[in-house]
Design a protein around this ligand. Structure first.
Ligand code: PAZ
Length: 318
């Protein structure tokens, strides 16, 4: 007899208080097909969440609360995972940084182009990339084409907290059949607070009513059903961001004790590009980027991914 899936109280809350995106079943099917195809080809599959969630204050939304995240950690990690042989489902905030094209994020594209024939040239065929503005463009293009050839990347977008929660649940259920070959790398910055759909004003809040007082509910801790019910055999990594370094490791350990997943990547807002600690129930590894590394274009995500792919190997063969 087949065991009935456990229904957690969080499932009920998700259905009642967070609007279900209309395309969630279609996306779930896409993710399931992607995961089973790559697992059958001997590949592991990582679900990366990236970027911040948006929490609307009105149902016809004019205003919302946002969570800080550029999406750089998720986008660069996706590249390193693909380079390590993983297929990647990239669940990211609409318009946050994206694998490979992230190198264009700080430049004006027109500054990166020039006419090859110098003065007098003006046709499209004379336009080339200025290698001084984009020194790594060749490497990025090669990696991008390899990724496309192998169909290694499945991008899925979210904007609101509701979309994020429902799509993450769908992803967990879609990846569950591949068991321990699935990794969850939850780098998105997710709101802890929200206004339930039933309590949200429909129309734009009027400033003529005076100062705004908000009362927000706690977002259900989705890591709990993900680890226990939705993808119980997967290798799960959460991220912990603090601004106060003195509480960081304690919070990371507390998360591991509470959710019983495999690792927490702990970082402080100001130093997150150069220093993180990967905390597991048994170990604590500091990963550091030195000035020399910066000169050599070494990114901390390369070290994080290397640490976690080794841990995933051990987890699978344990
Ligand atoms: O997206 P980004 O590169 O600007 O920042 C990455 C990060 C700080 C959002 C990520 O490393 C992280 O810690 N995410 C979890 C955030 C949280 O605890 O809510």
């Amino acid at each position: 007899m087949m065991a009935k899936p456990r229904i957690s109280s969080i499932d009920g809350k998700l259905a009642e208080e967070f609007a279900v995106p209309s395309h969630v079943e279609e996306v779930k099917e896409k993710m399931a097909v992607f995961a089973s195809h790559h697992a059958a080809a001997g590949r592991r599959v990582v679900l990366i969440t990236s970027g911040g969630t948006k929490v609307p204050l009105e149902s016809r939304t004019v205003r919302f609360l946002d969570n800080f995240s550029s999406g750089r950690r998720g986008a660069s990690s996706a590249e390193y995972f693909m380079a390590s042989g993983y297929a990647v489902i990239f669940l990211h905030r609409h318009r946050s940084l994206y694998p490979y094209t992230r190198i264009f994020s700080n430049i004006n594209m027109l500054d990166a182009l020039k006419f090859s024939g110098g003065e007098g040239a003006s046709g499209n065929s004379d336009v080339v990339v200025d290698q001084q503005v984009l020194p790594n463009i060749g490497k990025a293009l090669k990696q991008y084409q390899e990724m496309k050839e192998g169909k290694l990347l499945l991008p899925i977008e979210f904007s609101t907290l509701s979309e994020y929660l429902h799509l993450l649940k769908a992803a967990a259920q879609a990846l569950s059949p591949i068991g321990s070959k699935a990794m969850f790398y939850l780098a998105a910055a997710v709101s802890d607070f929200y206004i339930p759909a039933s309590e949200m004003p429909e129309h734009k809040i009027q400033s003529s009513n005076g100062p705004l007082q908000l009362s927000m509910n706690m977002v259900p801790k989705i890591l709990s059903p993900l680890v226990k019910d939705w993808a119980p055999q997967a290798f799960v990594i959460s991220f912990k961001l603090e601004t106060d370094a003195t509480i960081l490791l304690d919070r990371a350990r507390r998360a591991l004790d509470t959710y019983r997943h495999q690792a927490v990547v702990a970082n402080v807002l100001d130093s997150r590009r150069g220093y993180v600690v990967v905390v597991t129930p048994e170990t604590q590894a500091e990963l550091i980027i030195t000035d020399e590394d910066v000169k050599n274009d070494v990114e901390i995500e390369e070290r994080i991914v290397s640490n976690l792919t080794s841990a995933h190997n051990k987890f699978i063969t344990r």
